[in-house]
Design a protein around this ligand. Structure first.
Ligand code: MN
Length: 391
């Protein structure tokens, strides 16, 4: 993601936040590569290579599809990713969680009308990431994609609706989310590496499929690093901005891989005041209900290094003094250890006491060790350690 943005890894959150704050309107083109081949006689299973991902998934799925919808009242577009299960030649089961696309669907359904939708597959990494921005309703995430690219995104009008989709995409599935229709969807392998349950879900009827002549079909494997990073970066950017509003001494946050990039938050602070790590934890729990365990560390600890954070807990944390537990609070429904999402929060203050003697928490260091490249000293081909070191 840093490479796609053209920045260093440590600058990704700031770059993403700036783009989300200053979207760039898209530019419409009359024709697009994605319209090279058009199927109006739709047969999803025959025309697209829909994979079945996990052992107990309910069937083949579209997982890397950007669903474009429009607010029926304002006309503003929304972009979001939903898991879509193959239900028939022109039918998909869609999991719509209660966010923007779901609100637009409810507006349409209350009037007894379908909601036009387009599923875009095969976009560049920045457009993919922009789709996951935690932006206000009526902000078109394609404009955040433009800001990440630092130029307007090229879009083209759909063949069967007024929706605008990225012109350079590989595949577009056009159709309508049906009012008053629900069908069983799932189970499906989700980000915590467990199955999301089977249930009555929304249904999309497909009117056309368009794709490039040599289209590449993109899929995302649930719980893999690609899936986790797409969720993590926008959440980290939002949590960092949220915490810094109340605590300007928060320097960085990281949703760790071991916590499924959702449940474990590492927070790095420049400590000024005893006790404030606990206030910061409570702020983090309030920032997103998925945040379950928070570890607060000093600025000398690399929060992207799980071993370094564990070391801080091992040497700067005492459970009777530095632990905060909040019982029976709202968490993630996909965390199987909760009771339908209700569970505990835990915060660990692994910062040094401000009053400690300098030598008590002084990190040991061998002067000049950073100049020694031990790996380069040892010949890779050597099998005898004494021979290897003598060279
Ligand atoms: Mn949105």
């Amino acid at each position: 993601m840093a490479d796609a943005m053209g920045v260093e890894t440590g600058e990704v959150l700031a770059c993403f936040r700036d783009a989300a704050l200053q979207p760039i309107p898209w530019r419409e083109t009359a024709s697009a590569p994605v319209h090279e081949v058009v199927h109006r006689d739709v047969d999803l299973a025959r025309q697209l290579p829909l994979p079945t991902h996990n052992e107990h998934d309910g069937g083949p799925y579209v997982t890397a599809g950007l669903m474009i919808t429009r607010n029926p009242r304002t006309g503003a577009q929304n972009v979001s990713i939903h898991r879509c299960q193959l239900h028939g030649p022109n039918r998909l089961g869609v999991l719509l969680l209660p966010r923007h696309a779901h609100m637009f669907f409810e507006m349409a359904e209350q009037g007894g009308r379908p909601l036009e939708a387009a599923i875009v597959i095969g976009v560049d990494p920045l457009t993919l990431l922009a789709s996951q921005a935690i932006a206000p309703i009526d902000v078109d995430e394609l404009e955040i994609a433009g800001a990440l690219h630092r130029r307007p995104l090229s879009v083209v009008k759909c063949l069967t609706s007024d929706l605008r989709v990225p012109a350079d995409a590989e595949v577009v599935i056009e159709g309508r989310l049906l009012p008053g229709v629900r069908e069983l969807e799932g189970p499906f392998g989700e980000f915590p590496q467990y199955y999301g349950e089977r249930g009555e879900r929304h249904v999309m009827e497909v009117d056309a499929i368009a794709h490039r002549k040599d289209a590449i079909f993109h899929t995302i494997v649930g719980g893999g690093l690609e899936h986790l990073l797409l969720g993590a970066i926008p959440r980290e950017a939002t949590l960092l901005a949220h915490l810094q509003r109340s605590f300007p001494n928060v320097r960085d946050v990281h949703l760790s891989r071991g916590g499924a990039c959702r449940y474990h938050l590492h927070v790095q602070i420049r400590k000024r005041q005893e006790g404030e790590a606990k206030n910061i934890m409570l702020g983090a729990f309030a920032g997103h209900y998925d945040v379950k365990h928070v570890i607060v560390v000093d600025e000398d600890v690399d929060i992207h290094d799980a071993a370094a954070v564990e070391w801080a807990v091992a040497t700067r944390f005492q459970a009777d003094r530095d632990l905060v537990v909040v019982s029976e609070s709202q968490g993630s429904k996909l965390d199987p250890s909760t009771r339908n999402g209700v569970g505990a929060k835990m915060g660990l203050d692994a910062t040094k006491p401000l009053s400690a003697d300098e030598m008590t928490f002084k990190r040991i260091r061998v002067p000049g060790e950073e100049k020694v490249d031990a790996a380069a000293l040892v010949a890779r081909s050597a099998t005898n350690w004494r021979e290897a070191l003598k060279r």
